[in-house]
Design a protein around this ligand. Sequence first.
Ligand SMILES: NC(=O)c1ccc[n+]([C@@H]2O[C@H](COP(=O)([O-])OP(=O)(O)OC[C@H]3O[C@@H](n4cnc5c(N)ncnc54)[C@H](O)[C@@H]3O)[C@@H](O)[C@H]2O)c1
Ligand SMILES: [Zn+2]
Ligand SMILES: [Zn+2]
Length: 386
Amino acid sequence: MKAAVYEGPRSVAVKDVPDAKIEHPCDILVKITTTNICGSDLHMYEGRTSFETGRAFGHENLGQVVEVGSAVRKVKVGEYVVLPFNIACGFCKNCERGLSNYCLTMQPEPAMAGAAYGFADMGPYQGGQAELLRVPYGDFNALRLGEDAAERQNDYVMLADIFPTGYHATEMADVEPGDQTVVYGAGPVGLMAAYSAILRGASRVWVTDHQPDRLRVAEAIGAIPVNCAEQDPVEVVKEATLGLGADNGCECVGYQAHDDRGHEDASLTLNGLIDAVRFTGSIGVVGVFVPEDPGGAKAQNDMEAKGKVPIDYGLMWFKGQRMGTGQAPVKRYNRALRDLIAGGRAEPGFVVSHELRLDEAPSAYEHFDARDEGWTKVVLHPDGSR
Ligand SMILES: NC(=O)c1ccc[n+]([C@@H]2O[C@H](COP(=O)([O-])OP(=O)(O)OC[C@H]3O[C@@H](n4cnc5c(N)ncnc54)[C@H](O)[C@@H]3O)[C@@H](O)[C@H]2O)c1
Ligand SMILES: [Zn+2]
Ligand SMILES: [Zn+2]
């Protein structure tokens, strides 16, 4: 089968690799029809993680079941399913508590937790930017879709990661009806956090970024765009709230946060949020931060290379703020968010800017990584359907 394989920093090739297959009675095999490129792939693509060369990318996957293992009871051949990027067993201590983002049995490293398809440090699993994907514990992991699945793949595929992840940011930030929320980052995840805050009834949502094209998308869904190349988002928020700050904040950028000239500083967004959110407010951090960053010393400094990020902890403590962090537990939200899509209440596919074939992945990575004008979110169709 064909797959988009990592070949080294800023290099992806679409190559023939061994076919994915059923390896365990609980596995299902999915023919991938839609798979996205994510901002998380870009950290790996840029060589800023320990991702191994020769492995396939792709953790935002949707497709049709083509085979099921002998122990699979619920999922049937022919059904359309969307797969949470987290791979989880359903029976470990963390899965039992709903923390499928930190599954203990799917992560082979005994002292670590959490697994994902085609992801650095999250187990050996191949990604779904490929023609076929092996899904462990198919009955637990696959979310089945209804009759409109084939036509509405661009909406439903967002359930694999960014819609639940954006929603999780607002959950960790305690967004309630009437709240005023500030979101850092207008990439796909930031747009989903803003969209989720609006769905939850926030009265005012600011989104800040220095990419005008992405800010225009934020504005189109009803958020207030703040171009941080022109205005200080902290001042904008404080001025609108009698100096008090927003009720809640969402971090949707991660450790490669930078200024408009490209100068990286992993503390930029966190410190902005600590300042822009009010006393006792909550901050949800879904942007990725890592314990070790191979390119960090060159891009930032030696401390950042070891995952040390100097944040204004004194101010955060003084303000009595809370901060939630980590990978999103997609399963906690994906069923409810699927039903919002099916019921016509949510259309997360609005983020899609490009639909391409799998063999177009190398140039898609280049454009998306450069945050080229208009490249908001890329979906690939390995089945050649578009
Ligand atoms: N926690 C999770 O489960 C989870 C899931 C998916 C993605 N993520 C992470 O979320 C982050 C965002 O993902 P994405 O797909 O939207 O990525 P992206 O790279 O497309 O978007 C990030 C955006 O942040 C902007 N930005 C950079 N520096 C900024 C600054 N100082 N202030 C404001 N905006 C700034 C960029 O211009 C860009 O538009 C990434 O770190 C990704 O790895 C986390
Ligand atoms: Zn993702
Ligand atoms: Zn588990």
